[in-house]
Design a protein around this ligand. Structure first.
Ligand SMILES: [Cu+2]
Length: 185
């Protein structure tokens, strides 16, 4: 019984897997083509103003984003920040105000604007809303750090003389996504 049955079964299995393979191959062919279309983007660099060499700017890639584009670098920094959309261009302003304790990240745990682009020599003034408990402003690289306070109207300022990308966070709420960035050019 089984002896006569098994060749049939096997051939069924074989042809099924052959079909499956065929299907996979077809799929792979499709997605390969699609990827090619999407990845070609030479004009993606306009998006972030980064040094954008050629391909790496594409968001999908795990590739070497670290090349120089501030955009890709910030994308990762802001991966757990729910109020980040883009870098707000404030180049040409002498002073820019960022509120501390703006709505976002599940409460008043955000900076607003989250990310700004300024010219060298610009002073950034952080102003506390008084909401969401105690906050501070602490640069990841140690370039500046404010007091930790919940006082409404408290201010802290820093003048950015050196070009670069400065990532900062509120120390107690960093893990909630209370993060910001200043891109100085
Ligand atoms: Cu905070």
């Amino acid at each position: 019984m089984f002896d006569s049955d098994s060749p049939t079964r096997r051939s069924v299995v074989l042809s099924t897997s052959a079909l499956a393979l065929g299907g996979l191959t077809a799929l792979a062919g499709c997605s390969g083509g699609g990827g090619g279309d999407g990845g070609g983007g030479e004009d993606t660099a306009t998006d972030s103003g980064g040094g954008g060499e050629d391909t790496a700017t594409d968001s999908g890639g795990g590739g070497d984003a670290g090349d120089g584009g501030a955009g890709a670098e910030l994308q990762e920094w802001f991966s757990n920040v729910d109020n980040y959309e883009s870098v707000v261009d404030e180049t040409g302003s002498d002073q820019v105000t960022v509120s501390v304790g703006a709505q976002g990240n599940g409460g008043a745990f955000a900076f607003d604007p989250t990310a700004i682009r300024v010219s060298a020599g610009t002073t950034v003034l952080w102003e506390w809303t008084g909401q969401g408990a105690q906050h501070n402003v602490a640069d990841e690289g140690g370039a500046f750090e404010s007091d930790l306070t919940a006082e409404e109207g408290f201010t802290f300022e820093h003048t950015f003389e050196e070009a670069g990308t400065y990532r900062y966070a509120c120390t107690p709420h960093r893990s909630l996504g209370m993060k910001g960035a200043v891109v100085v050019e």
